[in-house]
Design a protein around this ligand. Structure first.
Ligand code: PEP
Length: 268
């Protein structure tokens, strides 16, 4: 099923607040040794370490020409100023960061990031020519109340309103049901597919069919090697955002291979 459309899948590892720069060095070196050219011929891979690791990871990726994109987990939306403790999109771009997670549920829930701040951050990331990975997803309470679709639609509309169609088509969205993050309880393939297809239909209404067809939508929430292949086999799931299982190079490569095998077999 995955080959019916020609979106190149994206597998992203969100390390959250794990791995200092020494551990990052070992993990990325290990990834570099394990990933074979065939594993990444049909997909893109990004790693999103903590801010303090970015320079180390960027030097390793560039120096050893590793097939990895450098990602960040968050940024503020101003370029500079009196914002103690924040990191700006301009600083990330200067470090060679190519992808930035925007509005991860942990930013929204623990650090009170509002939908408006998410929209501003998305624009700031685009202004610096990085690719945003916009995270959306419902809580268990919203899901039980039957409000998943209305919640996803509101999050997508607030974030994307006013963006050019080309900008929307080139970005990445991640559907991450909050009840599935870090719980070991991944969404079923049908639930992931339904939510991603629904998100794509909202994007089509807002930015037109070509942008919606081009946009990559990841699924995130308790992904591991054992469920990665079946999740990306769903037609509207164009990759995976992986937290816990991306911390260890061997586990992350299992996921990359499962996605790669799925795309290779559906292309055959
Ligand atoms: C995440 O942090 O975005 C995530 C999906 O975490 P986990 O894979 O650990 O559920």
């Amino acid at each position: 099923m995955a080959a019916a459309v020609s979106r190149r899948p994206l597998v992203s590892g969100n390390w959250k607040m794990h791995h200092d720069h020494i551990e990052a060095l070992h993990t990325v070196r290990d990834l570099g040794l394990r990933i074979k050219p065939g594993d990444v011929s049909s997909l893109d891979v990004t790693v999103h370490p903590p801010f303090t690791d970015l320079r180390t990871v960027q030097s390793l990726i560039d120096g050893e020409r590793l097939p990895l994109g450098l990602g960040a987990q968050h940024c503020y939306y101003e370029d500079r100023g009196a914002f103690t403790g924040e990191v700006s999109p301009q600083m990330l771009a200067r470090l060679g960061v190519a992808y930035v997670l925007v509005g991860h549920s942990e930013r929204r829930q623990i650090f009170d990031m509002t939908d408006e701040a998410v929209a501003l951050t998305l624009r700031a990331v685009l202004r610096h020519e990085m690719t945003p990975i916009l995270c959306v997803g419902e809580t268990e309470e919203l899901r039980d109340a039957g409000a998943t679709s209305s919640h996803l639609e509101a999050q997508v509309r607030t974030a994307l309103t006013g963006l050019a169609k080309e900008q929307v088509g080139a970005m990445v969205l991640a559907y991450e049901p909050i009840w599935a993050i870090g719980t070991g309880r991944a969404a079923t393939v049908d639930d992931a597919q339904d939510a991603c297809a629904f998100i794509r239909s909202v994007v089509a209404e807002m930015a037109g069919e070509p942008a919606a067809r081009a946009l990559r939508i990841q699924y995130g929430g308790s992904v591991k090697g054992a469920n990665a292949g079946e999740l990306v086999d769903a037609p509207d799931v164009d990759g995976l955002l992986v937290g816990g299982a991306s911390l260890d190079a061997a586990g992350f490569v299992d996921i990359i291979r499962a996605v790669s095998d799925c795309y290779r077999s559906s292309a055959a």
